[in-house]
Design a protein around this ligand. Structure first.
Ligand SMILES: Cc1cc2nc3c(=O)[nH]c(=O)nc-3n(C[C@H](O)[C@H](O)[C@H](O)COP(=O)(O)OP(=O)(O)OC[C@H]3O[C@@H](n4cnc5c(N)ncnc54)[C@H](O)[C@@H]3O)c2cc1C
Length: 507
């Protein structure tokens, strides 16, 4: 792609959720934007999260009321603007002898209910596990629990949705384009890209997530780089532990909690561990972490999991603000915007998927204070479906999906649902145009779409981020996708920087 010689208003290093959210917001306010990523868009932390839109019930124990309130309010917003990739998610939090007492769980869930306005997210309730379906998944010694609600989001798709909207509003999106050097020349930022090209911008935002300190120090060569604490978190994907839609939040004797979340119909997602790591590249799911997660889950499950039940594992690195004297559980999950004085540059530190949109608004309030906030009311591209006046995105999406399944009755309704819950609104056109060759569970028209509209350049981009078909397709179908992208067997094993998926046989 030829790059313009005119300076952009804004260049963003890093197309994770924070960079993508800023790019969308800024482009919508009329700024010319370039956003660059060293790897696939959303290929690092923003596709390796637990995928919860949550305030974080456990952060109440650290009195993080401000963060929890801000994040809880965002649940309703994200459920509305991205209804095709989000849904309200119930959690069952069992009471366990010797751990937090029942009154504390009641108080926590009560506070959680009341810290922010709720429209589609239901309130919490005490439940009897002996008479609830969720109880069947748990050992009979667990009798009392609380059910509370948060949101679920497909994190990798949320990144792509933001970038698609940014691009539709004029932003230039450059995946697999590492920024090698950024320097201030005559009042402008000159960015030298690893492929030798260059761009200029009036303002620079470093949204490199776990690499933010490195980018500030080594790429921007600033000596006021904010120090980060890098904490790796691992997840495993196992056979589904129960069929209901409840997730479980399970307290552990070491004070940690782990989640077991229904995942991709047939599976459960279990995470996370926490442990310091020196460099993002060092993060790796260790066998000890897999054992920890299995035994943490088995402390509660009626039918214990074994290592053979683990079908997939992945790791992400939290870029936390370094707070001396605090351990990783206590360290804030909030974000900080660090301005580099006099340089029209800012480094983003910390944050959550949940708060990306308010983070972007905070950034805009600093760099374009006269412009207006808009992203909380305008659906992301996949969520742009007809809505009745005042109708919430979740209700509109359900109605639209029913209609789409009825209209496209020639297709298997599960396929229609899969596409609708992946790309949202554009699924209607894709289906109407015909899906082309079936490569064993994925269709050629989908691959065309991901390549042309969503910057997919490899089979891993499609199988693990644009979709999670990597969990569902057999080896032959995955090889077909790889061939479609012109990959050799060695390429198929490519593991994106900073986001190591350890598939069976690949580590
Ligand atoms: C295990 C785990 C679970 C989590 N669970 C949740 C959750 O359930 N809910 C929630 O709200 N939050 C959660 N989070 C937090 C959330 O995932 C992160 O805060 C968020 O993804 C960070 O996004 P980011 O855009 O800052 O960073 P990233 O997504 O890491 O993006 C940074 C990007 O910068 C790019 N980059 C780096 N160097 C360069 C360079 N020189 N040139 C160009 N590009 C560069 C990288 O390739 C990368 O894509 C979790 C985090 C972890 C690790």
């Amino acid at each position: 792609m030829n790059l313009p010689s005119q300076p952009f208003d804004l260049a963003i290093i890093g197309a994770g959720i924070n960079g993508a959210g800023i790019a969308r917001d800024a482009a919508g306010r009329g700024l010319s934007v370039a956003i660059l990523d060293a790897s696939d868009v959303g290929g690092a932390t923003s596709s390796a999260s637990t995928k919860l839109i949550h305030g974080g019930l456990r952060y109440l124990e650290y009195y993080a009321f401000g963060l929890v309130r801000k994040a809880l309010a965002e649940r309703e917003v994200l459920l509305d603007i991205a209804p095709h990739i989000t849904w309200p998610q119930p959690f069952v939090l069992p009471h366990a002898e010797g751990m937090r007492p029942v009154w504390m769980l009641r108080l926590g869930t009560f506070l959680y209910d009341h810290l922010a306005r709720r429209e589609v997210v239901p309130g919490s309730a005490r439940i009897d596990l002996r008479s609830e379906r969720a109880g069947r998944a748990l050992d009979t010694r667990y009798r009392t629990a609380f059910r509370y609600w948060d949101g679920w989001v497909d994190d990798a798709r949320l990144v792509v949705e933001n970038l698609k909207d940014a691009a539709a509003r004029g932003a230039t999106v450059l995946p697999r384009t590492p920024v090698a050097r950024a320097e201030r020349v005559d009042g402008l930022w000159q960015l030298t890209l690893a492929d030798g090209r260059s761009i200029a911008a009036h303002r620079l935002i470093n949204a490199a997530g776990p690499w933010a300190e490195d980018v500030a120090r080594k790429v921007m060569r600033l000596n006021d780089a904010p120090p980060l604490r890098l904490v790796q978190g691992s997840h495993i994907v196992t056979r589904r532990v129960h069929l209901g839609r409840d997730a479980f939040m399970l307290q552990q004797p070491d004070g940690r909690i782990i989640f077991i979340i229904p995942y991709e119909q047939d599976y459960s997602l279990i995470g996370t561990t926490e442990g310091d790591v020196q460099r993002p590249e060092d993060a790796k799911v260790s066998d000890a972490e897999v054992e920890y997660l299995l035994s943490a889950a088995n402390r509660y499950l009626a039918r214990p999991l074994t290592p053979d039940d683990v079908v997939h594992r992945f790791v992400g690195v939290r870029p936390l603000i370094l707070e001396s004297g605090k351990d990783d559980k206590e360290t804030t999950r909030d974000y900080r915007l660090v301005e580099h004085p006099g340089l029209d540059a800012m480094t983003i530190v910390g944050g959550k998927i949940t708060t990306y949109r308010v983070l972007a608004e905070d950034v805009m309030a600093r760099i374009a204070p006269k412009s207006k906030s808009w992203t909380g009311k305008v659906p992301l591209p996949g969520g742009a479906i007809d809505r009745a006046k005042g109708e919430h995105g979740q209700a509109a999406f359900k109605r639209w999906l029913d209609q789409l399944q009825a209209r496209e009755a020639n297709y298997d309704p599960r396929l229609v649902k899969r596409l609708a819950m992946t790309i949202g609104a554009p699924a209607a056109e894709l289906l109407a145009g015909g899906l082309g060759r079936n490569l064993g569970g994925v269709f050629e028209a989908e691959l065309d779409y991901f390549k042309a509209q969503e910057w997919a350049q490899s089979s891993a981009d499609v199988l693990w981020r644009r979709t999670k078909l990597g969990l569902h397709l057999d080896a032959a179908a995955q090889a077909e996708v790889a061939r479609w992208f012109g990959e050799t067997p060695a390429d198929v094993r490519e593991i994106p920087a900073g986001h190591r998926f350890a598939r069976p046989g690949v580590d």
